[in-house]
Design a protein around this ligand. Structure first.
Ligand code: SF4
Length: 324
């Protein structure tokens, strides 16, 4: 049985620029993210952009412990108490995670974000959303918080840079919307974290590498990678049962992620290198429920190759020259 003890932060962080270490450097102590469910829905579910959502989305799988209470202050207080007791944590980022956290009028967003920022110990916001749901007014609002000195991250779910794949999983947007959102976020100097999924239907590891390359060409400050989970009550689950989708093996995932990390410039912050789904809804691949096993395997592979983030990255000029 392989070792599943947590990878010491220092071991992984010696080779990868992790969010934990990056925040520790900037704030002088550990900063913890508190996941919030603020009662948003998603335009790809309510008919505005599409219906049924992405073929892999059972939103519960991404935030199984998020509380349904839309009382942001209450959720933060509850999460803060648990973390403070367990780790002595004092500083937090309010992570608006579930569904599309910019999907609302700007006054409502302001109320929710400011409620979060007003809680003791909260030093910033991380806002997860879709690339086609970030109007200028929302970016201006986030830039306002950044200008006040808050830690702010805009997290854009791209998943793949290939329109064919995005259509296949019913994302309801293409790469063009991502390009547009990135340009407007970067014009405001907003820190941007892009989410990519490895193992999407019809994609090979080289496609994940190509998606990464296109993301790097446009400019990005953070990356979040996870394997595609097949979870209950999704179209992907039906496709998997019918044999139309084959999940990745752990070894394939580890090789792909290691290659992605090596091609990523050292200054880009890795927010996540894998993702978990709760055991009661996860169908496949089973290995992705064991987060530490995956992180240990990534760390060991990097060590075996004596590899680290950025050691195969193109110099910035070459990346710009290749951009179309
Ligand atoms: S955009 Fe996000 S919340 Fe909406 S259906 Fe897709 S994965 Fe689910």
């Amino acid at each position: 049985m392989p070792c599943e003890h947590p990878t010491p932060h220092s071991t992984l962080a010696a080779r990868v620029n992790t969010l934990g270490q990056s925040l520790l450097r900037h704030h002088g102590e550990r900063v913890h993210k508190l996941a919030i469910h603020a009662g948003f829905t998603c335009p790809n579910r309510d008919g505005t952009k599409g219906r049924g959502g992405c073929t892999f989305c059972n939103n519960f799988s991404f935030s199984p412990h998020a509380r349904r209470d839309p009382n942001v202050a209450g959720q933060i207080e509850a999460g803060r108490r648990v973390l403070a007791k367990r780790t002595g944590a004092r500083l937090f980022i309010a992570y608006f995670q579930a569904y599309t956290n910019t999907y609302g009028d700007v006054d409502r967003l302001r109320r929710l974000y400011e409620e979060a920022l007003a809680q003791p110990g909260v030093i910033g916001l991380s806002v997860g959303t879709r690339p086609d749901c970030v109007p200028d007014a929302v970016l201006d609002l986030l830039a306002e918080y950044r200008d006040r000195g808050c830690e702010v991250w805009l997290e854009l779910g791209l998943q793949s840079a290939f329109d064919k794949t995005l259509a296949r999983v019913n994302r309801g947007h293409g790469f063009a919307e991502y390009r547009d959102a990135v340009a407007r976020a970067r014009a405001r100097g907003l820190p941007l974290c892009t989410h990519l999924i490895v193992g999407l239907p019809g994609e090979a590891p080289r496609d994940s590498l190509a998606s990464l390359e296109r993301v790097l060409e446009l400019g990005v400050d953070g990356l979040k990678i996870h394997p595609l989970h097949v979870v209950k009550h999704t179209l992907l689950a039906h496709q998997w049962r019918r044999g139309e989708y084959r999940p990745l093996a752990l070894e394939e995932y580890v090789e792909t992620v290691v290659e992605m990390v090596r091609r990523t410039p050292a200054e880009v912050v890795y927010h996540r290198l894998t993702g978990t789904a709760s055991a009661d809804i996860l169908l496949a691949p089973r290995w992705c429920s064991r987060k530490w096993r995956v992180l240990n395997a990534i760390t060991k592979r990097l060590e075996a190759l004596d590899a680290r983030q950025g050691d195969q990255a193109e110099p910035p000029k070459a990346r710009v020259a290749n951009a179309c």
